[in-house]
Design a protein around this ligand. Structure first.
Ligand SMILES: *Cc1c(COP(=O)(O)O)cnc(C)c1O
Length: 460
């Protein structure tokens, strides 16, 4: 299996190389050259199998010969052993024909654990074999950083540095990043906002001497291996509701288009999905693009679902690549226009996008009301991101079962949840001592030279 760049000018890579590289050298994103398909019989045979067994069968065609079957099975087993629920991604019923896919039973209580726990093990196995080590630097507004630290802590061949905006992440998120005691974990509180962290990260990657010197690697959501890991739960949940003999629909709370793109891959692999609904908060660039055909930056307004507060939806590029018949030059041009604030999608490409995806947006009020309403109707306490999905999904209910993705545990966002429904969501017992542990982090000025020097010093 070869991986190609969405902008057409980077070398083709193997799965392992694409995973360790992250971003393509032409600024594009890596995608598989072809999408393997599974037969109806194969999909039907997933019924009753463990999450790990389905994960192996869904992902194996994409990784080619990177690992032996035995190695890959062990990687998957280790990745999901850290989850607190045997089903890994259990489904609960919210209402007539409306289901909730709980993706928050991983160690940091958000769906990012599904991908991050897997790539932690994949990196470890690949680097061990190469006798190599890398330095992972990530920027986070909260969930990605905690998931990355949890996944990479204690691994021999990796140092992980996470830049987070000082004083601007929730207490739970910060403590998840600052309480691990492993020596290869470096939590850096930058005196700036998330955009400053992101900008510092990009400049580190742009500085080739620094990048090669410390062997920088990226695990942000454009890393193909992260998308791949997320394809699996579309299969397990659909099959448990009768697929492939019965169709299902999904509503996905999204910002960076990573999670819903994984659903699109599942559909291309042969999973009969009726509707894939994009759900955004008031930072609704994706919904506006679907409505108008113009992708226009408008700035970010903070919301109660902060992990979707984004205006550059990186993974959308992968969907555009397909609806533009995989013409890298066309995508490179659109992305160039976007630097100035806007690009317009051709009518043909828009028709195909609307065939593939529906969309909706939930305002802050609608999100809070959804938390309150579903708590009253079902006793289910939704996190604000999940509430965005559930609200948008309600406009798409039909005789096809609808699965809304629950991307985080409500206790990760206690203030918004309590304000909406009066319930203070408690952390699960296994996280219980989070607030009793010592914190360890370094406050750094928002200055690139200081950050780079600190990384080098820690590695020495
Ligand atoms: C990251 C995140 C999202 C959005 O994920 P995308 O990759 O942008 O689709 C939604 N909900 C939660 C809780 C998240 O952490």
């Amino acid at each position: 299996m070869k991986y190609i760049s969405t902008r057409g000018h980077a070398p083709d890579l193997s799965f392992e190389e694409a995973m360790l590289t992250g971003l393509a050298s032409d600024g594009g994103l890596y995608v598989p050259e072809t999408i393997p398909t599974l037969s109806m019989d194969e999909i039907a045979s997933f019924a009753g199998q463990s999450y790990e067994d389905v994960a192996f069968r869904v992902m194996k065609p994409f990784i080619g010969e990177t690992f032996t079957d035995a190695e890959f099975k062990e990687i998957i087993a280790k990745a999901y052993a850290t989850f607190s629920h045997d089903a890994r991604a259990p489904l609960v019923q919210l209402g007539p024909n409306h289901f909730l896919l709980e993706l928050f039973h991983g160690p940091t209580l958000a769906f990012k654990d599904f991908a991050m726990q897997l790539i932690g093990q994949l990196f470890q196995a690949a680097l061990e074999r190469r006798g190599d080590r890398v330095t992972i630097v990530g920027a986070t507004s909260g969930d990605t950083g905690s998931a990355a630290i949890e996944a990479f802590k204690g691994l021999h061949n990796v140092d992980v540095f996470i830049l987070f905006p000082h004083g601007r992440v929730s207490d739970v998120q910060r403590r998840q990043m600052t309480t691990p005691t492993e020596a290869n974990v470096h939590a850096l509180a930058v005196e700036g906002d998330f955009d400053d962290c992101q900008a510092a990260l990009k400049e580190m990657f742009a500085d080739h001497e620094f990048r090669d010197g410390v062997k920088l690697a990226a695990v942000n959501s454009i890393n193909w291996a992260r998308v791949l890991a997320q394809v699996v739960y579309y299969f397990t949940s659909a099959v448990s509701l009768g697929a492939p003999h019965r169709k299902v629909s999904f509503t996905v709370p999204t910002g960076n288009f990573g999670d819903i793109f994984a659903g699109y891959i599942a559909k291309k692999m042969g999973l009969p999905i009726e509707e894939l609904v994009i759900a955004t908060n008031h930072n609704d660039i994706l919904h506006r693009t679907m409505e108008t055909g113009a992708c226009t930056k408008q700035g970010v307004t903070p919301s109660i679902s902060p992990s979707m507060d984004i205006q550059v939806s990186s993974n959308f590029e992968r969907a555009l690549f397909d609806v533009y018949d995989r013409e890298g030059a066309a995508i490179a041009q659109l992305m160039d226009e976007f630097k100035a604030g806007e690009f317009k999608i051709s009518q043909g490409a828009m028709d195909r996008l609307r065939d593939l995806f529906a969309s909706g947006r939930a305002s802050e009020d609608e999100t809070s009301q959804a938390i309150a309403a579903f708590h009253a109707r079902t006793t289910e306490v939704l996190c604000p991101h999940t509430a965005v999905a559930v609200k948008v999904a309600e406009a798409h209910l039909s005789d096809v079962p609808m699965i809304s993705l629950a991307t985080a545990h409500p206790a990760k966002f206690p203030a918004a949840v309590e304000a909406a429904c009066g319930i203070h969501p408690e952390l699960p017992e296994r996280m219980g001592d989070l607030f009793g542990k010592d914190e360890r982090f370094t406050v750094v000025p928002n200055d690139l030279a200081t950050l780079k020097a600190l990384v080098k010093e820690r590695l020495a």
